[in-house]
Write a protein that binds this ligand. Sequence first.
Ligand code: NDP
Ligand code: X2W
Length: 343
Amino acid sequence: MITAGIVGGTGYTGVELLRLLSAHPAVTLRVITSRAQAGQPVEAHFPNLRGVVDLAFSEPDPATLGDCDVVFFATPNGTAMEMAPTLIAAGTKVIDLGADFRLRDLEEWSRWYGMTHTCPELAAEAVYGLPERHRAAIRAARLVANPGCYPTAVQLGLMPLVESGAVDTAHLVADAKSGASGAGRQPRQHTLLCEAAENFHAYGASGHRHMPEIRQGLSEAAGHAVGLTFVPHLVPMIRGIHATLYARLHDPATDLQALYENRYADEPFVDVLPPGSHPETRTVRGGNMVRIAVHRPVDSDMALVLAVEDNLVKGAAGQAVQNMNLMFGLDETAGLAHTAVLP
Ligand SMILES: NC(=O)C1=CN([C@@H]2O[C@H](COP(=O)(O)OP(=O)(O)OC[C@H]3O[C@@H](n4cnc5c(N)ncnc54)[C@H](OP(=O)(O)O)[C@@H]3O)[C@@H](O)[C@H]2O)C=CC1
Ligand SMILES: CC(=O)N[C@@H](CCC(=O)OP(=O)(O)O)C(=O)O
């Protein structure tokens, strides 16, 4: 059995990791940290885990965590980079659900995240954990940078178009909507029920920190720098991201359906829907699947891609478990085979 630790177990991605790992056939949960809740049983904080996770929260301690085979960081940005060097030196594999190791260009990282990176050597070694693009490197990795929630949906949605050279990559557009759990569990005014319900708005329109991450991934997939407009929105629901993606086709007769079906034919967690479909977020709620539909609107030379995911599963904890499976040579789908919860 693989022993696992979670740093930051009281956020939404932490509790999602607990849900998934406690049901994983090859994992024993050993450590779950929270400085605020140290000493408290997990079930006191998360009653849904009563009888499922028989652990108490503890202070983050590199010595205890270093005894685990793998440690997940479900912590605010800037936390994993402080402890990862010690854990990696102890032979523990690390998966960061935050953004500390996602960007190759650390000057750009500092500009977006407002900090100086404390372990540039490890940042250079980290593998970007999008299995549909970096599966082989993830298998060999000691440190995986789990992608952001929006970047997962947007990159998977646009990847076949940019990899194949079918579209004008200078003007890609990603219009994405997220449920409020994407903002985390910390109380903030804009996610209060009375502020978020019966309301809908864009944010970060002139610059969101996921933009450089998406641009980095798509530029690598295209083989050259791409241009991207990315606008996130907050929708009054709890889970789910819907990305509407636009790109101009070089040849309007391109068979988009075949392009996507072929690209994702062997992917266990990407479902290309039949022609004419409109994917719904509730069809991926609680599951690790991304569902994608492709359209070429009438009298248009645009490719239109619709992609949905659960931000807490394929957009965070589920993808982290998928990466762990690859890093430990397990079946990639182990512990992730459950279907979405509907309604
Ligand atoms: N919510 C989402 O949909 C997604 C979130 N992410 C990313 O995942 C990460 C976790 O997000 P989320 O689950 O919302 O939780 P939070 O960002 O709210 O982090 C909560 C956890 O981190 C712990 N923590 C905070 N500071 C530290 C520290 N300095 N050292 C150790 N532990 C610390 C907290 O416990 P305590 O303070 O008690 O120690 C708590 O358990 C973030 O980086 C987020 O951006 C990624 C994809 C999707
Ligand atoms: C709805 C909402 O507020 N979403 C968050 C996404 C947070 C997140 O997942 O950030 P990382 O993936 O970079 O860790 C936001 O836009 O800031």
